[in-house]
Design a protein around this ligand. Structure first.
Ligand SMILES: Cc1ncc(C[n+]2csc(CCOP(=O)(O)OP(=O)(O)O)c2C)c(N)n1
Length: 333
């Protein structure tokens, strides 16, 4: 790779995500972070490579495995960590936690816990952008498990039919919880499914950050030029369990080891050192800077405030919280 600045950014992005998540795993064991926690370890090249291809006013929709996307979209690590801790200073005011990172100002629309739930949302955002004649892209991330859901098919169909500017980013890590893709799908080449809706597609090695970046650039150009959708299947792998509660009985440890040999951070670092794009000092600085950022983020989260228990029902919609004395208005015709 000859572009030193880009190499630095891509490596730094992956390292920040990896180290932040390793810290989260540790904090989870210490019961500082509670609830669900789905780590992205092994898949960093996908988010790092693809998010750098977007403009600031493009939108991003992700799944519950979204710490990387949130961070690389520009949500400060302090605010992410506070959210993980459930503190009010978090990006969702401590009410979302790991699965519901969200920031409208960054056009980061979650953190969606329902498998394939983000796809119709992305299509709706893209429809709004198209109707307002804003030349924006909505990048929608989802796992291979999403292709088993009706929402996937409906979303691809309508995006193609109405020519909506969505970049569909399928993070195919071969497993949906404990279900291997090949046990659930007759067609395991997911580009074929997208192509059946006449959405242009490509597949890319999701362990290669440069390849992910190039693929995303191509996809983003296509979406911006045509105003219509594009589908990328990122072929990747998660090194850790599905979530913190998964004993991983469904896959062979040797399989995991084989994929770990292709660690996207290690292989990109080796490549950059080999061809002289980055020096040992650059790599050390990237690690040191990530470590300092994480330390500050954890301190910020620790020092954060818990919501007052008296506020617990705020923003919770119940029949009791709706004023029933108002007569129901007739719907507009
Ligand atoms: C509609 C729906 N069904 C089931 C679940 C339970 N569930 C949570 S994660 C998951 C697996 C999804 O796998 P995939 O889409 O491949 O994403 P990955 O976790 O591998 O990133 C399932 C079935 C859910 N959240 N939503």
């Amino acid at each position: 790779m000859t572009d030193t600045k880009l190499a630095h950014e891509l490596l730094s992005d992956m390292v920040r995500v990896r180290r932040m998540e390793e810290k989260c795993a540790e904090l989870y064991s210490a019961a500082k972070i509670r609830g669900f926690l789905h780590l992205y370890v092994g898949e960093e090249a996908v988010a790092a490579g693809s998010l750098r291809a977007l403009a600031d006013d493009d939108a991003v929709v992700a799944t519950y495995r979204e710490h990387a996307h949130a961070l690389l979209r520009g949500i400060p690590m302090t605010s992410i960590m506070a959210e993980m801790f459930g503190k009010q200073e978090g990006c969702s005011r401590g009410r979302g936690g790991s699965m519901h990172l969200f920031d409208v100002a960054k056009r980061f629309y979650g953190g969606n816990a329902i498998v394939a739930g983000g796809l119709p949302l992305a299509v709706g955002i893209a429809l709004a952008d198209a109707m307002l004649e804003r030349k924006r892209v909505t990048a929608c991330y989802f796992g291979d498990g999403a292709v088993a859901e009706g929402a996937f098919h409906e979303s691809l169909n309508i995006a193609a039919l109405w020519n909506l500017p969505v970049l569909f980013c399928c993070e195919n890590n071969l497993y949906a919880m404990g279900t291997a893709l090949e046990r659930a799908q007759s067609q395991t080449d997911l580009t074929v499914k997208a192509a059946s809706y006449r959405v242009p597609t490509m597949a890319v090695d999701g362990m290669d950050v440069e390849a992910c970046h190039t693929a995303a650039q191509r996809g983003v150009h296509h979406v911006r030029d045509t105003g219509g959708p594009f589908f990328i299947e990122f072929r990747t792998y998660r090194f850790r369990a599905h979530s913190m509660f998964d004993p991983e009985l469904y896959r062979d440890k040797r399989e995991v080891e084989r994929w770990r040999e292709r660690d996207p951070i290690q292989s990109f670092t080796d490549q950059c050192l080999r061809d002289g794009t980055l020096s040992e000092t650059d790599v050390r600085e990237i690690e040191d800077s990530a470590a300092a950022e994480i330390e500050a983020a954890v301190a910020f989260a620790e020092a954060g405030t818990w919501e007052d228990v008296a506020d617990l029902e705020r923003d919770v919609l119940t029949p009791a919280s709706i004023d029933m004395s108002e007569p129901t208005r007739e719907p507009a015709r």
